[in-house]
Design a binder for this molecule. Structure first.
Ligand SMILES: C[S@@+](CC[C@H](N)C(=O)[O-])C[C@H]1O[C@@H](n2cnc3c(N)ncnc32)[C@H](O)[C@@H]1O
Length: 143
């Protein structure tokens, strides 16, 4: 990711995560949309640590609220597996990646650019961490 506001958003929240996320970027593929998805999908699957609990960021996935994500994270961590979040490129995720994913997580029905999704995810993971530790970063106001 080039330096800029999206990189800063991710860095700011990732620095607060315990442990912080390690990012692996896949080079952008060329070709038709389907070819791009297939090539990037193969590279994403290659990059996935063996036995990881894979969470695909997907508009059509489960869309928990922040407390729900905090609870899910607790369950995922209890599995003892390494957690891997997968974000697609401009053409989205290949069906092979969707099929490999153990979970599909949505950040809502709107489509976000993948560079922004990285920062949004890091913020929500930090918020989930704050919820689980009782840190005042998350100020739940709804009764
Ligand atoms: C620009 S989007 C790809 C758009 C593509 N046309 C599609 O429908 O997936 C890039 C990636 O960001 C992630 N993404 C974008 N918006 C999202 C959302 N609301 N919830 C979860 N992931 C999202 C997905 O991983 C997606 O593959």
């Amino acid at each position: 990711m080039k330096p800029g506001p999206e990189a800063a958003l991710f860095a700011q929240h990732n620095a607060r995560l315990r442990p912080p996320l390690t990012v692996r970027e896949i080079p952008e593929a060329r070709g038709s949309a389907a070819e791009v998805r297939r090539r990037e999908g193969a590279a994403l699957l290659d990059a996935l640590p063996a036995g990881a609990l894979a969470v695909a960021l997907d508009l059509g996935g489960h869309a928990p609220d922040s407390e729900g994500l905090a609870e899910l994270l607790g369950r995922w961590e209890a599995s003892g597996k390494a957690l891997a979040f997968i974000i697609g490129g401009a053409e989205g995720l290949d069906p092979a990646v969707q099929a490999r994913a153990d979970q599909r997580l949505s950040l809502g029905p709107m489509t976000w650019p993948h560079f922004l999704v990285r920062g949004l995810l890091a913020e929500q993971l930090y918020r989930a961490q704050a919820i689980r530790t009782g840190h005042p970063y998350h100020r739940a106001w709804r009764p």
